[in-house]
Design a protein around this ligand. Structure first.
Ligand SMILES: Cc1cc2nc3c(=O)[nH]c(=O)nc-3n(C[C@H](O)[C@H](O)[C@H](O)COP(=O)(O)OP(=O)(O)OC[C@H]3O[C@@H](n4cnc5c(N)ncnc54)[C@H](O)[C@@H]3O)c2cc1C
Length: 533
């Protein structure tokens, strides 16, 4: 097959992609979901802690959630966006429950609310410590059964087809995308609308909590199609990833500290009191920087997350999944403090859009981690990202329904993928070498603590790699590895250039040459024209 036509092309099968697809199908549209691996490989699937939402109106309020979000975001948040998401949380939880998602409840039947770092109240709706697994299993079951939804697993979106780029119509709009199959063929997909729901970019860094699919493809694809990227320097490093010689990317949820876990250096001393009044419950950026500082100062490889003072039965019942995973790795949380390090976790920046997911390219919509709505500001409050992904999925779907119904000029046949003059690559080592180089470079120079000189050094390296890859891209047949390398390189460059533009330290971005926070908070915006010409 060289060509496929659908009403809506959804790229990505995390919470935002699956939830939006169900809403779209419910409204009578034909949906094609393309996803890089199996349907349930995503950041959403591995989410543990839960979804931040105001449920207990006696104790909590929208205002408190809004204030906590803006405090964590160091004032860079867009107030209207924060308001939008916080107030739509309860109805979104109800609609997920309506689809069959089971969240943990207390004996009285009310939702059990967890407490996480940076929150001043208990407001995290969760399904034990496997919230993502529950969400994705339920949505997946529904999507698979829905006859209006087609799923292409092991398919990778390459780039969007826009009318301007291919001079198909006077007005610019997205009309489809090129999609690479597992066998190496490229299919032209024509769609009335495209939803990018591709998640984050943890793999740009050497150490990350994200699965391998998180290579920032959506940011790169949307950026190449003309959508600006905002605040991409704001990369959240999760403070507590398991430090283990065999187990990779295992995150130890914020909820562990929320329920009483304490951070200690290897010699058993507490240290968070030196960095924040909330001590081990401090927001993530402060905690990650504090750990980074202690590790560098002491020359240690890890710090300890100590749960041993808590009731052993509580540990096993509240964190059954984490308890088992740690136990299998040789760590008994009831007796042994857990060795942890920080790692790249969440992309607070993303493609510029409205809270409903509309972008400056008509017909192109975004939802979830790929989007920059202004909710997170300079740092994401724990469990606000599943909230954003779920709320956006519903509202972006409604926007797409409206867009589909609006009259548009017809476009001629879409151009098929052109492979003239390209050959199979015999030099896969070039791809591997550049992958490793980018990720090391980003970790060492554009990590938790940055400086002007480190950023300049990073940009030089990345620019060289970019040249090499561009040449490679046009001369050889595309593979998933090559596409991902091309995307992480562009995303790395966007992160570095955004970091260079910010002449202050705020939230997740800390530059030793500009340690002060400026009086006014401004977004860093990078336009495709600036970078791609
Ligand atoms: C370990 C971990 C724990 C977390 N815990 C929490 C938590 O408790 N609470 C919270 O709020 N947030 C949490 N987060 C963050 C949250 O999970 C994510 O921000 C959210 O799930 C993003 O959802 P999404 O739908 O935008 O993207 P994802 O769930 O990441 O899905 C992206 C999808 O896009 C696909 N894709 C990407 N590129 C392409 C391409 N080129 N072609 C085709 N398909 C593509 C991927 O294969 C994947 O299916 C956690 C993240 C991690 C990594």
């Amino acid at each position: 097959m060289q060509f496929k036509r659908t009403d809506v092309l959804v790229i990505g099968s995390g919470l935002s992609g699956l939830f939006a697809s169900l809403v779209l199908a419910e409204r009578g549209l034909k949906v094609l979901i393309v996803t890089k691996e199996e349907i349930d490989i995503s950041n959403s699937h591995v989410a543990q802690g839960g979804i931040a939402t105001v449920i207990d109106l006696h104790q909590d309020s929208f205002q408190k959630h809004i204030e906590d979000t803006i405090t964590a975001g160091a004032g860079l948040n867009r107030r209207d966006a924060v308001d939008f998401f916080v107030k739509r949380g309860p109805e979104t939880i109800e609609s997920l429950r309506g689809l069959g998602v089971h969240f943990s409840t207390r004996d009285d039947g009310n939702l059990d609310l967890g407490w996480e770092g940076g929150h001043t109240e208990r407001r995290v709706v969760h399904a034990g410590d496997i919230t993502g697994n529950e969400l994705i299993s339920v949505l997946k079951e529904r999507v698979v059964k829905d006859r209006r939804i087609t799923i292409w697993q092991h398919h990778t979106a390459i780039d969007l087809i826009t009318t301007r780029k291919f001079t198909l119509a006077a007005e610019n709009r997205a009309v489809g995308a090129y999609v690479l199959t597992q066998e190496g063929a490229v299919i032209t997909v024509e769609a009335g609308a495209v939803l990018l729901a591709t998640g984050g970019c943890g793999k740009v860094y050497l150490y990350t909590s994200n699965p391998d699919v998180a290579t920032g493809d959506g940011v790169a694809i949307g950026f190449r199609a003309g959508v600006p990227a905002v605040n991409m320097e704001m990369v959240q490093f999760h403070p507590t990833i398991l430090y283990h010689e065999k187990v990779r990317s295992m995150l130890l949820s914020e909820a562990l500290r929320g329920e009483g876990g304490i951070l200690r250096t290897r010699d058993g001393r507490t240290f968070m009191e030196k960095y924040h009044p909330m001590k081990s419950l401090a927001p993530r950026d402060v905690t990650a920087r504090a750990i980074d500082h202690e590790l560098k100062k002491r020359g240690d490889d890890f710090v300890l997350l100590d749960m041993t003072m808590l009731d052993p039965d509580f540990i096993v019942n509240r964190f059954p999944n984490l308890f088992k995973k740690c136990f299998d790795a040789g760590i008994d949380m009831r007796r042994d403090p857990i060795p942890v390090v920080p790692a790249a976790h969440y992309m607070c920046g993303g493609l510029q859009c409205s809270p409903e997911g509309t972008t400056c390219v008509p017909g192109l919509f975004v939802a979830g981690e790929v989007a920059h709505t202004g909710l997170h500001g300079a740092n994401r409050l724990a469990s606000n990202s599943l909230l954003e992904a779920a709320v956006m999925a519903r509202y972006a779907a409604e926007e797409i329904v409206r867009w589909q119904a609006a009259p548009k000029d017809a476009v001629g046949p879409l151009p098929l993928w052109n492979e003239e003059g390209v050959s199979d690559s015999e030099e896969n080592v070039v791809v591997k070498q550049n992958w490793d180089e980018i990720r090391h470079c980003m970790w060492n120079y554009v990590g938790i603590v940055r400086s002007d000189r480190r950023l300049e050094r990073a940009l030089k390296r990345i620019s060289l790699i970019k040249q090499e890859i561009t040449e490679y891209y046009w001369n050889f047949k595309v593979t998933r590895d090559l596409l991902e390398l091309r995307n992480i390189t562009l995303v790395a460059e966007i992160i570095v250039r955004s970091a260079m533009k910010r002449k202050e330290s705020r939230g997740l971005h800390y530059n030793t040459d500009h340690p002060q926070k400026l009086a006014d908070a401004h977004d860093t915006e990078l336009s495709p024209e600036e970078l791609l010409g």
